[in-house]
Design a protein around this ligand. Structure first.
Ligand SMILES: *Cc1c(COP(=O)(O)O)cnc(C)c1O
Length: 386
């Protein structure tokens, strides 16, 4: 079955729920057993044994995401940031060396530079476009290689199969933050990556009203990952899992619309005289378009716009002038968003160079013609300020 059918079926069992279409919210901490022996037996399996380890609502969502990612199993975390950071904490120890992509989500970089450094893990940042050249950075103590493709601020697409193959030769584990690709458009676990991470907060949630992360792994790495993450005792609430399952049902339909509108608006932006470059891998003009086409089956609604010669003050005036694009963090909801973003402070391996200030746009589910009219007014404000 295709993913667009699977998202409507996964995690549901109406027969077990009095015929109701959706699984209910199971709340609970204590789980009762008929005997001591039954309790011991249950603990040795994946049965529900204690609320912190997961309820049937949690399991329904974990199993759905694992199936879509093509992984062995999934473990949920209370945010996307927790999913990234708990993965790092679970797979690394003092004395280990971590290879981290330079285009990584800022808060993940912060965790490496501060918390991991404090616990004796050394991080080296690498060029997202390094490909199999990554071999030159391997050290005997390199234990984990972390990818994010494309980067959610600067949109470089990584050669995930080449980098993963190089790491495998040396027994180095790999994890990828796959939030931009979503479990529908990018399947890193089928390309040899050990761990795929989603900020469920983004498109799976889809409505800007919940925070969650998901970590899906292959069978070899999952036991260590689960043991490490469960150690922190931070599960998401069953209500949030239920909301995420509701978001999942429309994920395929929403993504099609996000993709279509984003492409239309990105092409329109490319032709604007105020714009130098549009950083959207689905555009033929993007330097990594061929890689994106090879490895992805679609694009979401998030991309960057490098302005031609306009500085930050003008970019801010443009963002302030937009009415349909809200100014705010995050993305993946039904609504359009704009951020004035400067990647300069979060790049160390490859300094960020651009012809002007940068805007990051999330194209929501509004009519693209309305969004274009809004952007036209924004450009007028940009020119007036620039
Ligand atoms: C938003 C985001 C996260 C963090 O998700 P939260 O749920 O906001 O903590 C991690 N990685 C990427 C690429 C993101 O865009």
């Amino acid at each position: 079955m295709r993913d667009s059918t699977l998202v409507t079926l996964l995690g549901r069992d109406p027969e077990a729920q009095h015929g109701l279409v959706n699984p209910p919210v199971y709340r609970g901490s204590t789980v009762l057993f008929p005997s001591v022996e039954a309790m011991e037996r249950a603990r040795a399996t994946r049965a529900v044994t204690y609320g912190r380890i997961g309820t049937p609502t949690t399991r329904a969502l974990e199993d759905s995401i694992a199936a879509l990612e093509g992984g062995y199993r999934c473990i949920l975390t209370p945010s996307g940031k927790a999913a990234c950071n708990l993965t790092l904490a679970a797979l690394l120890r003092a004395g280990d060396h971590l290879l981290m992509v330079d285009s990584v989500y800022g808060p993940t970089r912060h965790f490496c530079d501060h918390t991991l450094a404090r616990f004796g893990v050394e991080t080296t940042y690498y060029d997202p476009r390094i490909g199999s050249g990554i071999r030159a950075l391997f050290r005997p103590e390199t234990r984990l290689l972390f990818l994010e493709s494309p980067g959610s601020l600067t949109f470089e697409v990584q050669d995930v199969p080449a980098i993963t193959a190089a790491a495998r030769e040396r027994g180095i584990r790999t994890a990828v933050d796959s939030t931009w690709g979503t479990p529908l458009f990018f399947k890193p676990l089928t390309m040899g990556v050990d761990v795929a991470i989603q900020a469920v907060t983004k498109y799976i949630g889809g409505h800007s009203d919940l925070l969650m992360g998901a970590v899906t792994a292959n069978e070899a790495v999952f036991p260590r990952l689960r043991a490490g993450i469960e150690e922190f005792g931070a599960p998401p609430s069953p209500e949030d899992c239920w909301l995420a399952l509701r978001g999942l049902r429309t994920l395929a339909a929403r993504l099609q619309r996000h993709q279509q509108s984003a492409l239309e608006i990105a092409r329109w932006l490319e032709r604007r005289p105020e714009v130098s470059r549009v950083l959207f891998p689905a555009l033929e003009s993007h330097p990594d378009h061929a890689l994106w086409k090879r490895d992805f089956t679609g694009a979401c609604g998030l991309f960057g716009v490098v302005l031609d010669g306009y500085g930050e003050a003008a970019a801010r005036a443009m963002a302030d002038a937009l009415e349909l694009f809200g100014i705010g963090a995050s993305w993946g909801g039904f609504e359009s968003l704009v951020l004035v973003s400067d990647p300069t402070p979060v790049r160390t391996a490859v300094p960020w160079k651009a012809e002007g200030a940068m805007l990051r746009l999330h194209i929501g589910l509004e009519d693209p013609e309305d969004l274009i009219r809004d952007l036209e007014a924004g450009f007028a404000a940009l020119r007036a300020a620039g």
